[in-house]
Design a protein around this ligand. Sequence first.
Ligand code: C2E
Ligand code: MG
Ligand code: MG
Length: 431
Amino acid sequence: MPNSLLTCIEFSNVGDFYSALEREVNIASDISIVAVLVMSMHRSDRLNAMLTPDYAQATRAAFLERIRPVLRDKDSFVFATENECWFLLPQLSSDALAILAVHRVLSALSTPLKIGSHTIFFNPCIGIACAPVHARSATALLRAADTAQKNAQLGNLRFLLAHGAEDASAGPEDLPRALEDVLDANRLEMRYQPKVELRSNSVVSVEALVRWPSDHPQTVATPLLIEIAERCDMIELLTMRVFNKVLQEMVGWRQSGLTILVWINLSAKLLSLEHLPTILSRVLSIWNIPTSSIGLEITESAFINDIEHTTNVLFELKALGFHLSIDDFGTGYSSLAYLRRFPIDELKIDRMFIHGMTESLQDRQIVQSIIGLAHNFGLQVVAEGVEQAATLTELDILGCDQIQGYLFARPMPGDDLIGWCNAFNRTAKLK
Ligand code: C2E
Ligand code: MG
Ligand code: MG
């Protein structure tokens, strides 16, 4: 029998999970995909768990307390073995959402559990497979997720997406190599997604988002691309490639009459790079673009790790003229008190809360309090992932400053941006 407490379902046996998976796979389509995650854990406390049943129960309860809040009501999971958990995520609009869910699960398990005097590290590793992309039956889907999980382990990755079923190109274990080639040949592509200010009804800036080359035989989702670059020490080179590409396109836009602030995502890992502020401002001066035309989006997790060092780097970047934003705000559990200490201009509310806010009172309250908090500190608030008009209306009522999302525009090639901005400014009727 499934065990559901108004949240995601936990199946008590693999058979029930499998039946549910079969049902979902049968109705999956290109626009409503189903993802399976196979998560193995290398717990640091196996011996204790085996010796004392009460202890095992307590850790399981604590584990569930971490996992439940990061899954949706329609998601489900089962403990296939003591150290392996399978998740079923139905009705996703893209595999990027499965990867986001993986990030949430990994983040929920990233800090150790404390049970009595024991500290438990889970060391999870996840394989992801989606139907109908990677397989069209429950068995094949589970096998694909299992293989991806094993390949992730081999490659020392925290997660890995299954490889396209019919694709005869390099296997997933070759992804770091493929990324190296792509970086060497400078083949990464950029897309740009506008941020729209509600008050003035206008496009105020764009966010640059990196993409795997569209003409490459493999397909690699952006979160995975970033994960590999970070794991395999290629994130610095990737960031330089991104900056150069963006700045080059900005020069072109300027020549065509569009001067616009561009936000670039900066990996948390890069904050520990010595001389980062100097390196970035040097790249900008090569292209003759002022630092005031660039914003840096840094995920909230960067702010938790080494606060002292992060604060110093941020002050340096700010002094050079960069705009600063905290991305995915609300997911990192950072202490709100720290906000006052950082020289930031903007908070971006994570799209997990934005998606949920029209249906979940709790999500709406979280969004409302983040907006109130940001305004108290004099910060701009941006809502990311706005897909529906009803969400836009809610955000407007709550006083959100800017929005970004598929409702207005998907990330687009740089060549399309000027045309899009002109059309938007001519015809946009947001309210
Ligand atoms: P992010 O910075 O939070 O970017 C927002 C993500 O949400 C993007 O995914 C974007 O395409 C997607 N998105 C935008 N609007 C909507 C919407 O209405 N609905 C939904 N479902 N999704 C929406 P993308 O491009 O796959 O990027 C994922 C993450 O990868 C980014 O999250 C960012 O953390 C990272 N990233 C992207 N480009 C770069 C880069 O150049 N450098 C670094 N270090 N990280 C990057
Ligand atoms: Mg961002
Ligand atoms: Mg974000």
